[in-house]
Design a protein around this ligand. Sequence first.
Ligand code: FPP
Length: 252
Amino acid sequence: MTAKLLQTLPADLDRHRLPKHVAVIMDGNGRWAKQRGLPRALGHRQGVEALKDLLRCCIDWGIQSLTAYAFSTENWQRPSEEVNFLMFLFEHMLRLELKNLQADQIRINFIGDLEPLPVSLKAEIQHAIDVTANNQAVNFNVAVNYGGRGEIVRVCRQLAEMSQNGELHPDAIDEALFSQHLYQFGASDPDLLIRTSGEMRLSNFLLWQMAYAEIYFSEILWPDFDRHEFHLALSAFQSRDRRYGKVNQTPS
Ligand code: FPP
């Protein structure tokens, strides 16, 4: 995030029908690097630049919340050098970008089980959350050591314990209560999920919260996902008919 000129919303997009919350599965960093004969780490490094551009775009175009899948519970199974590099990158970027997050009024939040992360990264995460807590422009959520099934099991365990302690009657458990026990990201559920690199899977991302998200798959590798590609994703989103299981009321 750097000093910038406000880029206006492309004329063909309707500002009243933008997604309030966009989620992204940033896939293809490794392939981007491989295509260039570079180490995978450089793909991830370039992926951060794409993420910063997307955040900038959300600010400019008035999209309130962005949630990015940065590290899944399954990603620990990657080679240790790659895992260590990603942990280093998260910490380094947080330290480097905090001033810019502040300047751009971005509120950062993390979802996932942060406990197993390196102590220094956890400290940096908590510091960034605290410093940006009152920012208003965009909610930026980073999913780290996140898994959708694990999140659902965690809620079940919390509710079961409450029930066992007599604090909660099983009849009181409904979707709203369940949602209150999920990781909180200061936003309603995602309206639009974008996954890059041609892969067409959810990969354990926000399984509960994606119930009614529109899903957009892009062939572009994440480091190449730019403002033009985001524009295409938003155009596709605006062409969708979101019925939430109902029938469309407009006469055909
Ligand atoms: C998936 O591509 C990408 C990741 C597992 C890491 C994404 C992380 C970032 C872009 C860094 C975000 C940084 C901050 C500070 C939030 P892949 O490695 O699976 O690519 P491949 O499928 O081509 O191998």
